[in-house]
Design a protein around this ligand. Structure first.
Ligand code: FES
Length: 147
């Protein structure tokens, strides 16, 4: 069996939503200290409806991180913030038809970057939020040493 699914290869070679949003409403940047990969997510949010009207990403990282960013941005585009907050790395990996176990941490970056961007939006606009939904990222939990 191939190490990577067709979907992973598709989103890696033809990533959706690559780029930056100059006047983004929320920006989230996270990294993994072990592999050194970095992911940045830009959100444009319709303030009335709380819908993510646009999303872009820049990922300096491995193929799985790029595929995860691409898939995750597709999954939250046009969706309410509340739904984007519920997106888990497992859902992203499942939508990609799976990732090898030692590459699951790459999908964690996507979940964390989206959360960080939403938190940035809340903070910039003085919007109250449930802080328990925004735990500090734990590098050691998704490092390369994880099996
Ligand atoms: Fe670090 Fe994939 S995000 S190896």
């Amino acid at each position: 069996m191939a190490l990577y699914s067709d979907k992973v290869m598709d989103h890696f070679t033809n990533p959706r939503n690559v780029g930056i949003i100059e006047d983004a409403d929320g920006i989230g940047e996270v990294g993994n200290a072990v592999c050194g990969d970095i992911m940045k997510i830009y959100l444009k949010i319709d303030k009335e409806s709380g819908i993510i009207s646009d999303v872009k990403f820049k990922t300096f990282g491995c193929g799985s991180a790029i595929a995860s960013s691409s898939m995750a941005t597709e999954m939250i585009k046009g969706k309410p913030l509340s739904q984007a907050l519920e997106l888990t790395n497992k859902a992203v990996a499942e939508a990609l038809d799976g990732l090898p176990a030692h590459k699951m941490h790459c999908s964690v970056l996507a979940e964390e970057a989206i959360r960080a961007a939403i938190k940035d939006y809340y903070d910039k606009n003085g919007i109250e939020y449930d802080r328990s939904k925004f735990p500090e990222p734990h590098e050691e939990e998704h490092g390369e040493t994880e099996e």
